[in-house]
Design a protein. Structure first.
Ligand SMILES: *Cc1c(COP(=O)(O)O)cnc(C)c1O
Length: 436
């Protein structure tokens, strides 16, 4: 499998190069040259296939000959070595819980998959790789955890100062070693812009081998497809119809991976991209106009994105055919007030406690079900509610017990550099790192 740049000004590359580069030299996102078709027999028998084998089967067309099958099997198994259960919330609505990994958010699978690929690719090489990543909250922790202690890889994380939860901040600032966190005085979009500038900077790229670990990186984006296969595997055992799936969305990597899986053959009746007040895509689907906005801060902060990177991949998946997109994808914008109310409501009426992102997913699903006169569906629960305990505990009037993953970091000291929303400061910091 080869990957081309969506800006079409760079040569095609294989999976290894696409992973190491992160972004094409023309600043485009990499995209697979063709979308694999999965044999329908695979879906017929999916409930009998172990999760790690599903993972290998889905990923092998993308990694091709670049990673031998036994290595790919190891990488996939390590990337998803925790449960991903489909849990009943109401009579017809289920939650696919993606938060049982080490940093309690769905980004663990993608970040662990990518870090292990890079580890494999850098074996026996002397050159250090610097992973540069912007985070709206959860990517940073997942990437920090996935890469912690990986030889030959340094990680620099940019996060918007004061706009991530205290648990998220702990997860990205307490590790140390090869992980550095920069607290940027700005929004997530500012962080993302600085990262993009760094990739485009000739001097920096001469000095350092830079790569990204955002969902623009194919090694993070593509394995997210696995969630949808695992959702289907479990859904199939409770409902004969293909599922309707609601995805809390910010940078649109996750829902885009779901759409990719669907085009490969995965039965899904409809997708919903559930957004908070950041509503460029809901507006695009309503007006056919894409107007990037400044990110607005909300309680589902990992979705505070005003110009989602993966939107261009969605356009590409459907050959920019607006009606085709509308046929499979709906999108809604939900307010913080609605989100808070539903958290309290689900907790008291169903004894289910969603996090603010999952709550947005649930609300998006309910809206679509009502409009389309459907009854059943599932939403992705992308984070553990304890990551947002300061918001959630107030709503339910009780304490959320700390899972083991948090006990490990709760007493540790935060360590980050504060930085202005200014590329020249970042550049200086990186050049200094490169000199060591
Ligand atoms: C990152 C994140 C999202 C948004 O995922 P995208 O792929 O950026 O759309 C949703 N929920 C949580 C908890 C996240 O960390």
């Amino acid at each position: 499998m080869k990957y081309y740049s969506l800006n079409r000004q760079s040569p095609m590359v294989d999976f290894r190069e696409a992973t190491i580069k992160g972004q094409a030299p023309d600043k485009g996102l990499y995209f697979p040259e063709r979308i694999p078709r999965i044999d329908p027999a695979f879906f017929k028998a999916i409930e009998t296939i172990p999760d790690d084998e599903i993972g290998v089967r889905v990923m092998i067309p993308y990694t091709g000959t670049v990673i031998p099958e036994n290595e790919l099997h190891r990488i996939v198994s390590e990337a998803m070595n925790f449960p991903i259960p489909l849990v009943k919330v109401t009579k017809d609505i289920y939650s696919l819980e993606l938060f049982h990994g080490p940093t309690l958010a769905f980004k663990d699978v993608g970040a662990r998959f990518m870090s292990r690929c890079l580890g494999y690719f850098s074996k026996g090489k002397s050159e250090k790789i610097t992973v540069l990543v912007a985070t709206s909250g959860d990517t940073g922790g997942a990437v920090a955890n996935g890469f912690y202690g990986v030889d030959g890889v340094d990680v620099v994380i940019l996060y918007p100062f004061g706009k991530v939860s205290s648990v998220q901040e702990k997860q990205l600032t307490t590790l140390g070693k090869n992980i550095r966190a920069l607290a940027i005085e700005g929004t997530f979009d500012d962080c993302q812009k600085m990262v993009k500038q760094a990739f485009a900077d000739t001097e920096l790229n001469k000095k350092l081998f830079l790569t990204s670990a955002n969902s623009i990186n194919v090694a993070r984006w593509l394995p997210q497809q696995l969630y949808y296969f695992l959702a289907y595997k479990q859904w199939k055992q409770i409902n004969d119809e293909a599922p309707i799936i609601s995805v809390p969305s910010g940078n649109f990597g996750n829902v885009c991976a779901g759409l990719l899986a669907h085009i490969s053959g995965l039965p899904v009746k409809h997708f919903i991209a559930a957004c908070n007040a950041n509503k460029v895509v809901p507006e695009f689907l309503a007006t056919q106009e894409y107007k990037p906005q400044k990110a607005i801060a909300t309680i589902s902060n990992a979705m505070d994105v005003g110009d989602p990177s993966n939107f261009v991949r969605i356009l590409e998946l459907f050959n920019k055919d607006f009606l085709k997109i509308k046929n499979v994808l709906s999108s809604y914008s939900l307010s913080d007030e609605e989100t808070k109310a539903i958290i309290a409501d689900l907790y008291s009426s169903e004894k289910y406690l969603p996090d603010p992102h999952g709550a947005v997913g649930y609300l998006g699903l309910k809206k679509y079900l009502k409009e389309s006169m459907n009854k059943a569906g599932l939403f992705l629960e992308t984070a553990h509610p304890v990551k947002f305990y300061d918001i959630v505990e107030l709503l339910i009037n009780s304490k959320i017990p700390f899972p083991q993953q948090l006990n490990d970091i709760s007493g540790k000291h935060n360590f980050s550099f504060k930085m202005k929303d200014d590329f020249s400061e970042l550049k200086e910091f990186l050049l200094e790192m490169g000199n060591k």
